[in-house]
Ligand binder design. Structure first.
Ligand code: PLP
Length: 255
């Protein structure tokens, strides 16, 4: 059986982000995706209307059901929704220290909608930072997690809090013609990528990138190579993204 990524993520009915983004992206990477569902959200490509989080017990029961059943090589988390779910994931990862882990520290949807209580999530995320092989914040999430506006200082602060590797995604920065991502390992900048900024807003681009990386790590790729491969793949997927009927955020075309 293909190496498996077990995702802790939420359902987005639009299919742009969340569980569907994870399944499609991990499939595209060549790995198999398994899911422990953290929340059911109510949203479309334009806005979030609300969500109901899975209980901690139900979340752990889902994950534990597949642990000895599938060849899990990597964990990926996206929307966790509650501090209880974050604590459950910490407990799960501590029980499985051999798994690689990609942490996409989702705080709000790209459309701006709430996916949990910002303040308590930021606090609870601190316990996950040292457990991750790679953390993939956009610059809004990075500044919030570090409580620091300067991006270089914020990145170094996460390393002080135990991070091992960080991919800083520059999509939210004011660079009109390009997007710059920067990969840091153990505090050192090891790779930079620049791609032209595509027009419009995209729903689920962060989920897709983190999941594809997790899929490549599950198959044995080295971290830097997995990130570069995922960035190239994501650019193609966003170039072919489809625009919903009422001009909502574009939905990546992952196949
Ligand atoms: N997970 C879920 C369930 C979501 O609904 C969203 C955004 O709407 C995200 C994750 C993050 O999406 P993005 O990749 O656009 O940051």
């Amino acid at each position: 059986m293909r190496p498996t990524v077990l995702c802790f993520s939420g359902l987005d009915p639009s299919g742009g982000a969340g569980i569907q983004a994870d399944i499609e992206s991990i499939g595209c990477s060549g790995a198999h995706a398994a899911i422990a569902c953290t929340a059911l959200t109510i949203q479309n490509s334009q806005q979030v209307f609300g969500f109901e989080a899975t209980s901690r017990e139900l979340l752990l029961a889902q994950a534990n059901a597949v642990v000895n059943d599938l060849p899990i090589r990597c964990i990926k988390s996206g929307m966790l929704g509650t501090t209880d779910n974050i604590a459950a994931l910490v407990e799960f990862l501590q029980e499985h220290p051999d798994y690689q882990y990609v942490l996409d520290p989702v705080l709000v949807a790209n459309s701006g909608g709430s996916l949990g209580n910002l303040e308590t999530l930021v606090q609870a995320f601190q316990a996950l930072l040292p457990l991750a092989t790679l953390i993939t914040p956009n610059t809004v999430e990075l500044r919030a997690l570090a409580a620091e506006d300067d991006l270089e200082l914020a990145t170094q602060k996460l390393f002080k809090l135990g991070a091992k590797a960080i991919l800083v995604k520059g999509g939210h920065e004011d660079t009109p013609d390009h997007i710059r991502n920067a990969l840091y390992i153990n505090g050192e900048l090891v790779a930079e990528s620049r791609c032209p900024r595509l027009e419009g807003e995209y729903h689920g681009s962060g989920c897709s990138l983190a999941s594809f990386i997790a899929g490549r790590l599950a198959q044995g790729d080295e971290l830097k190579h997995a990130v570069q491969h995922a960035e190239t793949w994501l650019f193609g997927v966003l170039q072919h993204a489809e625009t919903p009927i009422e001009n909502g955020q574009k939905i990546p075309k992952r196949f």
